[in-house]
Design a protein around this ligand. Structure first.
Ligand SMILES: [Zn+2]
Ligand SMILES: [Zn+2]
Ligand SMILES: [Zn+2]
Length: 83
C-alpha cells in the first residue's frame, strides 16, 4: 500500500543551500533533508541538532527527501520508511 502521507507532498523550492536552522545558529550538519510540504531544508538524524526531525515535530507533514547530491530517496518520519 502506498504511504498515506504522500498526499501531503507539494511542489516545493528548497529554502536554503544548507540546513536553514544550523545556518542561523552557526551549527554544523552531516546530511541534508528537504521537507516536501514546504521546502524547509534541515539536517538529518545523524547531525547534532536533527533539525529535519524538529521541523517535523513542529509542522507535522512527515515526508522528506534527501537533499544530498545524487540522492533522491524519500522518507516518512511517521512510518519510519522510504516511500
Ligand atoms: Zn507515512
Ligand atoms: Zn540543522
Ligand atoms: Zn515543512
Amino acid at each position: 500500500m502506498p504511504d498515506p502521507h504522500l498526499s501531503e507532498i507539494r511542489d516545493v523550492e528548497p529554502s536554503a543551500d544548507g540546513c536553514e536552522d544550523c545556518l542561523k545558529i552557526g551549527g554544523e550538519w552531516l546530511h541534508l533533508r528537504l521537507c516536501l510540504s514546504c521546502g524547509h531544508v534541515g539536517c538529518c538524524d545523524s547531525s547534532p541538532h536533527k533539525h529535519a526531525r524538529q521541523h517535523f515535530h513542529r509542522t507535522k507533514p512527515p515526508i522528506i527527501q534527501s537533499f544530498e547530491p545524487g540522492e533522491d530517496w524519500r522518507g516518512c518520519f511517521v512510518d519510519e520508511a522510504e516511500v
